[in-house]
Ligand binder design. Structure first.
Ligand code: GLN
Length: 477
């Protein structure tokens, strides 16, 4: 049996039916990680002493392995956010999502690589070095949750958790040929997620099969007293949205997402996918989202402002590494100078500048206003349409080293994913094809606040008649 090609829920069922044992599943994936991780650098730590669940089958994903991005706290494990400044820091508590997945009986195998503090779109800004793309190791895995995406893609685990502030779940999912789901802002507690941009950050799942995503969302979502931004909105049954029925659904295609700069092969794959939705009885119409062009600058001002404030807590006193120096101010300076990487420093400077007196109105405040306009524009569209379809990224994966020295071109990679973070709406990236070179292409679907069920339904309909999500990289087949 090719265990790595089973979906998470299939593994769980086989354990329940006694076709597989939990021990066998865990040792199988551990062996695979030991064999393949040195080639890909997807995990930054593998737990030799995994915590086994209690014997009660407490969910559809009981016994299923999962990988956790290195910015989510797991009790008694090191958490570094791929930064030298946090090296050696051991979390003393579980994030709410971790508490929930442990209770549901999932098995955490280890933590995954990322861009430092989630700043990046390629997983190259990591103190552990880049995670490589399993389809072609000359190419990036995407970021910042590149380790989670590559791990699922190469069959090192059927499931992973990532975080998404401006595209960090969806873009790497698209680059690695897997599904990445960004829930509505507030749907999932962020207690225990290291903050990047607190008005944008969400935790979400990555997997190959949308059914696994729906089950995992059901487990991790819901209001939490420990996160004041978590929503009181009633928790839906996401798995009941797993139906192949999109007849009559109104889908919008924003013209601004299909313009110069969009790679031709990506465009072709998206157009093919649209035909699939049409053939299933969905209505497709073109619409306008004219403020799209302001999303990237708006996001980089707001997210960096929030990051500069959030990162001020890493001062060498409370967390992680501390550099010795003659006085307190020197300790701060030395720790931060040596602990943060280049991109983290860039964000801190950009954010501090935008928030500083004299510039605050011109940058931060203006960006907040633009954000409101972008949000409003989406609300208008969702009065008439239930879903919006776009590419996830304007290009297929790029080569290692291609953009890392050119921040602007790196930032532009996020042009299609950022608007849903600015407006707080849920969105998903689904594998929808490959380029001639064999690199994955992803399709993005967005829906209104708290309409994750629509995304699940559309994704399920698509996966019922397509095979893209089942095509493994040839080296990890
Ligand atoms: N690539 C974007 C950035 O660098 C988004 C990152 C993220 O979602 N964490 O800010």
């Amino acid at each position: 049996m090719e265990i790595h090609k089973l979906s998470g829920w299939e593994i769980s069922q086989k354990i329940k039916n006694k076709e597989l044992t939990l021990d066998k599943v865990i040792s199988f994936f551990k062996e695979r990680i030991k064999k393949f991780n040195p080639q890909l650098n997807s995990l930054v730590s593998l737990f030799e002493d995994v915590e086994f669940p209690s014997s009660e089958f407490s969910s559809e994903l009981w016994g299923v392995p999962i990988l956790i991005k290195d910015n989510i706290c797991i009790k008694n494990r090191e958490i570094t956010c791929a930064s030298k400044i946090l090296k050696g820091f051991i979390s003393c508590y579980d994030a709410t999502v971790i508490e929930k997945i442990k209770k549901a009986g999932l098995v955490i195998l280890g933590t995954t690589n990322m861009d430092e503090f989630a700043f990046g779109s390629s997983c190259e800004n990591s103190c552990y070095g880049p995670t490589l793309n399993p389809y072609n190791k000359q190419y990036v895995s995407g970021g910042s949750s590149g380790g989670s995406a590559a791990g699922v893609s190469a069959g090192l685990s059927p499931l992973a958790l990532g975080s998404d502030t401006g595209g960090s779940i969806r873009q790497p999912a698209s680059f690695c040929g897997v599904v990445g789901f960004k829930p509505t802002y507030g749907r999932i507690s962020r207690y225990g997620l290291v903050a990047f941009g607190s008005s944008l950050d969400v935790i979400g799942p990555l997997a190959r099969d949308i059914r696994d995503i729906a089950y995992l969302l059901e487990i991790i979502s819901g209001w939490d007293a420990k996160d004041s931004t978590s929503s009181l909105q009633e928790k839906k049954s996401f798995s009941s949205a797993l139906e192949d029925n999109i007849k009559g659904l109104k889908i919008a295609l924003p013209k601004e997402y299909f313009v110069a700069g969009l790679n031709k092969e990506v465009e072709e794959s998206i157009k093919e996918a649209i035909k699939v939705f049409e053939s299933k009885g969905a209505y497709i119409s073109e619409i306008n989202l004219p403020h799209t062009e302001y999303a990237v600058p708006c996001y980089y001002i707001l997210s960096s402002s929030e990051a500069s404030s959030n990162l001020s807590r890493f001062d060498g006193i409370r967390y992680g590494a501390r550099k010795k120096a003659k006085d307190l101010i020197e300790v701060y300076k030395k720790t931060r100078r040596e602990g943060f990487g280049k991109e983290a420093k860039r964000r801190i400077m950009l954010g501090t500048f935008s928030l500083s007196s004299g510039y605050y109105e011109a940058y931060y405040l203006k960006a907040l206003k633009v954000r409101s306009l972008i949000k409003k524009e989406f609300q208008e569209v969702f009065k008439y349409y239930q879903a919006i379809i776009t590419p996830t990224s304007p290009t297929p994966p790029f080569q290692i080293g291609e953009r890392v020295e050119d921040p602007l071109s790196m930032y532009l990679s996020d042009v299609y994913t950022i608007p849903s973070n600015l407006s707080g709406i849920p969105s998903v990236s689904l594998p929808c094809g490959f380029t001639k070179e064999g690199l994955p292409v992803g399709l993005q679907i967005m829906a209104n606040h708290f309409s994750e069920d629509i995304l699940i339904k559309v994704s399920f309909s698509y996966q019922s008649v397509t095979n893209w999500h089942k095509i493994y990289p040839k080296d990890y087949d």
